[in-house]
Design a protein around this ligand. Structure first.
Ligand code: PMT
Length: 223
């Protein structure tokens, strides 16, 4: 018989960038392609989960067997995560959510001015931190993209956001990070797990990461 450890479990995954509108034709965003999050969703399906993928705007095909909720902004992603959170067994946040958005969305296309211009930015809600404070029995998994001291900052985020796991990638590694087909990560947990993974395709890595988490959480998942 097939190995389906997540059968009967709901896994919610976020992927891709968010777009924060400036005016009807412009936005603030980042270089996330969605590949890491989509790979996590494919892995969750392979392991038997009912899989919900909350996706920012990306150019990827929708993975088979996954319920995809398309969103654009950080605010829309927050709303979708909140709706899906209650009955989730595992929540994995691979999205690169904008930390700031323009304070005002201009209703008309902004006109060129003489000289420079300033766009005022305000903070978005930290989705992961908010659900970290709401969680009951959900297993909460964050990602962290760092350019220095990846493990140190990762442990900081694990604690401050009340996560069970954080997957840190040093995005200065040529095999890691935004847009690449491969990634190099270290899995950290609140119980002290410190598991580095060699460079490998995101699709392969996603399975290994989920299997490691399932093994460590077998008590919780078999309740
Ligand atoms: O999409 P790819 O091109 O495949 O690239 C993959 C990736 C590099 C985007 C991915 O592996 C990754 O690291 N995603 C998290 C990137 C990130 O935004 O890290 P962060 O350190 O800024 O945020 C930490 C965590 O908080 C993340 O889980 C993020 O989803 C979450 N967050 C951040 C800000 C915010 N307002 N709300 C959040 O929930």
């Amino acid at each position: 018989s097939k190995y389906l450890p997540l059968s009967g479990k709901k896994v919610v995954i976020t992927a891709g960038p968010t777009r924060e509108r400036i005016d009807p034709v412009r936005y603030v965003s980042n270089f996330s392609s969605g590949k890491m999050g989509y790979a996590m969703a494919e892995a969750a399906v392979k392991l038997g989960a009912e899989t919900v993928l909350i996706s920012g705007p990306v150019g990827l095909d929708k993975p088979a067997g996954v319920t995809v909720i398309d969103i654009e902004s950080a605010a829309e992603m927050f709303e979708a995560v909140r709706t899906q959170f209650d009955d989730a067994a595992i929540v994995i946040k691979a999205a690169a959510v904008a930390d700031y958005r323009p304070r005002e969305i201009q209703p008309q296309k902004m006109k060129k001015q003489v000289g420079d211009s300033v766009i005022e930015l305000e903070r978005t809600t930290d989705i992961l931190k908010t659900i970290g404070s709401m969680k009951t029995k959900q297993i909460l998994v964050g990602f962290a993209a760092e350019t220095e001291n990846a493990v140190g900052y990762g442990i900081g985020k694990l604690e401050s956001k009340n996560l069970d796991y954080i997957i840190v990638n040093d995005v200065t590694d040529p095999d890691a990070g935004f847009g690449k087909d491969t990634n190099v990560v270290t899995l950290l947990s609140k119980n002290g797990t410190h598991k580095p993974f060699r460079a490998m395709p995101k699709k392969e890595l996603a399975i290994l990461l989920l299997e490691t988490i399932i093994k460590e959480e077998s008590d919780q998942l078999n309740d």
